[in-house]
Design a protein around this ligand. Structure first.
Ligand code: FE2
Length: 199
């Protein structure tokens, strides 16, 4: 069921690996992934934002990932970061969630890296946070703004990559449409992200 989605991510990451060497081990894991025969859905309120995403999707190198994601997203388990449940308000929690494709506690178990896709509703602010893992985001839909502790917010669009070194503080502001982000984590991936400021 998620094989076409993993294939689309693999094909795209092969075009990015020269620029982002962390993707070498991610590609190895994607290539070796054994997909479980049955995947139980676990919807969250955020998936209502999927409904409007089928229209107005421009052609881009990441479009095959978005196509395959939308084909299966409603039937996959949606997660939220455990440590965020008590500190982010209900509005945020009703408008955010992600699919853990590969990694600890993921559809395809893997101890050493993570790959997934997150969805955020319009106009949310994701407060400054950090994590030990190295992180690479690719924008699949939307116009989110990213900042770090040393840079101001800059707007990004579909296909852009945003790279965070281990422990680099970063924050996001999401635009007037929903945002969909592909992410990969390598290095120390067992610990979740931690907020550095309140919502
Ligand atoms: Fe991050």
């Amino acid at each position: 069921m998620i094989k076409p989605l993993l294939n689309a991510i693999t094909n795209y990451y092969r075009t990015e690996v020269e620029q982002y060497p962390m993707l070498n081990e991610v590609l190895d894991a994607l290539t070796a992934a054994t997909i479980p025969p049955a995947i139980s859905p676990d919807p969250k309120p955020v998936i209502r934002h999927l409904d409007g995403l089928n229209q107005d999707r421009p052609t881009s190198p990441t479009k095959p990932i978005m196509d395959e994601f939308l084909a299966v997203a409603r039937n996959l388990p949606w997660s939220q970061t455990y440590g965020y449940l008590k500190v982010l308000d209900q509005d945020y929690l009703d408008n955010y969630g992600y699919i853990r494709l590969i990694g600890p506690d993921s559809i395809v178990p893997h101890p050493d890296l993570r790959v997934g896709i997150g969805l955020w509703g319009p106009n949310l602010n994701y407060p400054m946070h950090h994590h030990e893992a190295e992180e690479l985001y690719h924008i699949l839909y939307g116009q989110p703004e990213f900042r770090t502790d040393t840079t101001d917010f800059t707007t990004h669009s579909i296909g852009d990559a945003i790279h965070h070194r281990p422990w680099m503080p970063h924050a996001q502001r999401f635009g007037d449409t929903p945002t969909v982000l592909l992410y990969a984590w390598t290095g120390q991936v067992s610990a979740d992200a931690e907020l550095l400021e309140s919502a």
